[in-house]
Design a binder for this molecule. Structure first.
Ligand code: FAD
Length: 317
């Protein structure tokens, strides 16, 4: 089986869920090899990668890789592509990894596909474009395909791989040291789960009405152990921070349950949540487009419905 390189996304030594998705996808196409770039590798990380099918783990854990912005990772992948001749390189469709993919494509003279939501035999990619309104199938026709896959587009499945480690030494070029990382600020994290990885997401839109009113969305989320999301109308109004925006220009979520309160269901919002397993909409307008997508709908004023729902959830716990 041909080797598929998977660039690992990790934070403080923890492998991110999207990497497990990429490994799951890679297993369908060939033999996955994880590429660990930067410090933080640990036996736990190895166990996690092997659990999801990494046959090999290429380790480039020097600080040089992470001390400079993006370019060293592209050089590392270019070196591995030239040494190992993999069938494809998979990265997450995050802002950083898409830039790595673009730089890698130039270096190895290959085609790159971004915002991919599925991969079929022959490395035919399903791409979700125009804000999720259109799906197209695409294939790289030149060089080693580089594919950036959207987080939360693939269900993860464990299947053990050998996890054989291989140290890779990379000499980062002077050109790749053009932009040094001078500081890292840890984002304040509350008790809620990470939005893109949460099993339940409760989102509020313009119908919430104000920043203060978002507390009712937060209370419902906390009663369910959920993450809080918001529509762009709500984040643009300054009612909720931008990093919680769900949609085409925000985060893509794919939880088991998505509750949309006071959100109309614009195509750009749907682009970020339409793969949720169950969708519940709360909206006072029975004609709101979100109801076309919803599995369950409540027509009513969210300021009454949401607190009542929270009370019921709390009572039943
Ligand atoms: C290039 C581009 C990118 C975009 N990216 C995104 C994106 O990433 N994410 C995103 O969300 N949007 C995005 N948008 C904006 C998008 O088009 C919509 O404008 C936005 O999603 C609307 O947000 P909303 O549903 O909260 O507001 P509205 O469309 O104004 O809907 C508010 C809803 O709340 C309901 N409501 C009002 N009061 C109550 C109440 N008391 N109780 C119950 N229901 C109530 C109303 O009936 C209505 O359906 C983008 C737009 C563009 C052009």
């Amino acid at each position: 089986m041909s080797e598929i390189l998977v660039l690992v996304e990790h934070v403080e030594g923890q492998v991110k869920k999207v990497t497990l998705e990429l490994l799951t996808l890679a297993r369908k196409l060939g033999t996955p090899s994880a590429v660990w770039a930067g410090p933080g590798y640990s036996p736990d990380a190895k166990a996690r990668l092997a659990e999801y099918g990494a046959e090999k783990i290429y380790l480039a854990d020097s600080a040089d890789i992470s001390d400079y912005v993006v370019a060293p990772k592209a050089e590392l992948l270019a070196q591995l592509v030239s040494e190992k001749s993999p069938a494809a390189v998979l990265v997450a469709a995050t802002a950083e990894a898409k830039e790595i993919a673009g730089r890698l494509a130039i270096k190895i003279d290959s085609g790159v596909l971004t915002d991919v939501v599925g991969l079929q035999d022959g490395l035919v990619a399903d791409q979700s474009i125009f804000g999720g309104g259109v799906n197209v199938q695409s294939r790289v026709t030149k060089g080693t395909p580089i594919v950036a896959v959207r987080p939360n587009s693939t269900p993860v499945e464990a299947a053990a791989g050998a996890g054989a480690e291989e140290q890779v030494s990379v000499t980062v070029s002077a050109a790749a040291k053009g932009a040094r990382v001078v500081d890292r600020v840890k984002e304040e994290k509350g008790a809620r789960p990470e939005l893109t990885e949460a099993a339940i997401v409760v989102s509020g839109g313009r119908g919430v009405g104000s920043a203060e009113n978002f507390s009712i969305i937060e209370k419902l989320a906390d009663s369910l152990g959920a993450a809080v999301g918001a529509s762009r109308a709500a984040t643009d109004a300054g009612w909720y921070p931008h990093q919680f925006q769900v949609g085409q220009t925000g985060k893509t979520v794919s939880p088991q349950l998505y509750i949309a309160a006071g959100i109309s269901g614009a195509i750009q919002h749907r682009a970020g949540m339409q793969t949720a397993k169950t969708i519940i909409a709360i909206n006072k307008d029975p004609e709101a487009p979100i109801f076309e997508l919803a599995d369950f709908g409540v027509v009513g004023d969210l300021h009454q419905v949401v607190p009542q729902l929270t009370d019921e959830v709390v009572k039943r716990k």
